[in-house]
Design a protein around this ligand. Structure first.
Ligand code: EPZ
Length: 428
């Protein structure tokens, strides 16, 4: 039988659209919280437990990366137990190049070993994804950083990590996480200005404070961290995935369905929910769930992506699928990434009418999309195409599934349980 890699290449998803989605769905733990939280195993060295970790290609890659560094990990369903310290200071090239988020091991590895060699993570479809702000963080905390042979090489003088001031010229989720995970063990105080406020950053800081770190201002753009000598044993449940929840909310809107979305704190999606309501979708919010229903064609509403608490860039492509059938014209501005419109030409193959001018897309809503053969280019683009296919007449074939498997746990099962006609198969 063919090896898994070959299967990935030819697996496709087939969706027959125009089915109203109804029922309830349980949202999984957030990929973008789980990845930095797993990296904490490099600095929380005794009996560190993480619950509600989604089983995804990316979390499996982070597992492999940490295991390769010498951390003992036991993974039972969504629960991970970590033990031990890293045995080496060099992260595997073969693993790092497969996932940009691998850069998150740089800080904790440096803090743990006094030196760290991490291959430069590749760019990806949505942009060049520089890591200059991560390097700025390490230097601000006393590290010497050079580049050689495709590696970031960082080392500490015998004074070790020293607290400092980190003033971000732009908001960066990953670099804020690098700063937090490294400053918690630095001598003295670190002040982080213009810090990212995403719920996943907050979840990381909350876990560290439970482990004995001293982080003030969590959830705001100014963080004050007083370094501690070491971190204690801790158990933490990963915050649920607001991007997955937002994706299912749009699945309800775009099929004029009625879905109860469980295990989500709607407060983490305030701006997104406000916009969705303005397009004519009904959203009832409870403290750990929300009910999303729609009985009319969406009305157009312009959006610009922003760092949290603004409209999330990770929901831009999904929102565009909804606006593709809106009753009018919508402007969508992407301000975070330089190339996050790859889903546009594929959506147009379904009959969407969209024109792009630099960072702005103009969407002229059509009454109906038509099923087509489309190719996913990145994780959130694949969800956009699935949403378009769920609303389109006829059957769509979606290729490039390995992007999808990076970020959504059991997606087909969840959609099938809501009444979608969806199946994944290999080309025969
Ligand atoms: C995180 O990426 C998420 N990934 C992304 O989700 C998300 O889109 C992004 O934050 C924005 O919310 C994870 O958490 C694993 P950034 P990150 O640093 O940290 C520039 C998904 O689909 N920048 O906030 O890499 C960067 O190029 C992924 O799950 C620098 O210039 O994003 C971008 O334009 C996609 N220098 C902007 O900052 C740096 O050193 C914001 O990026 C770092 C970033």
């Amino acid at each position: 039988e063919m090896n898994s890699f070959t299967n990935n290449n030819i697996e496709k998803i087939y969706i027959t659209g125009e089915k109203k989605l109804t029922g309830s769905v349980n949202i999984s733990g957030a990929k973008n919280a789980a990845l930095p939280l797993m990296a904490l195993s490099l600095i929380i060295n005794r009996d560190f437990n993480l619950y509600n970790v989604p089983d995804l290609a990316d979390t499996r890659l982070m597992f492999d990366l940490l295991f390769d560094l010498g951390i003992k990990i036991n993974w039972k369903k969504g629960n991970l137990n970590f033990d031990g310290k890293p045995k080496k200071d060099e992260a595997s090239y073969d693993l790092v190049r497969q996932m940009r988020a691998s850069i998150l091991v740089l800080g904790p590895l440096l803090a743990s070993k006094g030196s760290a060699k991490v291959p430069l993570p590749g760019g990806c479809a949505i942009g060049s994804r520089p890591i200059d702000l991560h390097v700025m963080v390490m230097e601000a905390l006393g590290a010497n950083v050079t580049f050689d042979g495709g590696f970031i090489i960082s080392s500490l003088s015998n004074e070790g990590l020293k607290g400092g001031v980190i003033n971000f010229p732009k908001v960066s989720v990953g670099a804020t996480e690098s700063a937090i995970m490294t400053a918690v063990l630095a001598k003295g105080q670190t002040k982080i200005l213009n810090a990212a406020r995403e719920p996943e950053v907050t979840d990381l800081a909350n876990c560290l404070n439970k482990a004995g770190a001293d982080i003030k201002g969590v959830g705001t753009e100014v963080l004050i961290i007083n370094g501690v000598k070491e971190l204690n044993q801790v158990s933490h449940s990963v915050v649920s995935d607001r991007i997955e929840a937002g994706s299912f909310a749009i699945a309800s809107s775009i099929t004029m369905g009625n879905i109860e979305i469980n295990n989500i704190n709607p407060k983490n999606l305030t701006e997104f929910i406000n916009i969705l309501k303005l397009t004519g979708t009904k959203v009832e919010m409870f403290n750990n769930s929300m009910n999303v229903s729609c009985s009319q064609r969406p009305k157009p509403h312009n959006v610009g992506t922003d760092p949290y608490p603004g409209f999330p860039t990770d929901l831009q492509a999904q929102y565009m699928a909804l606006m593709a059938i809106a009753d009018g014209k919508t402007l969508i501005k992407e301000t975070i990434f330089e190339n996050r419109f790859m889903h546009v030409p594929e959506l147009m193959r379904m009959g969407a009418k969209i024109s792009i001018n630099k960072q702005e897309a103009e969407i002229y809503g059509v009454k109906k999309l038509k099923g087509a053969k489309v190719m996913a280019s990145d994780l959130r683009a694949s969800m956009c195409l699935i949403l378009g296919a769920l609303a389109a007449s006829g059957t769509s074939e979606i290729d490039g599934l390995y992007h999808l498997d990076r970020g959504y746990e059991n997606l087909e099962d969840k959609l099938t349980n809501l009444g979608a006609i969806i199946k994944r198969s290999n080309e025969l």
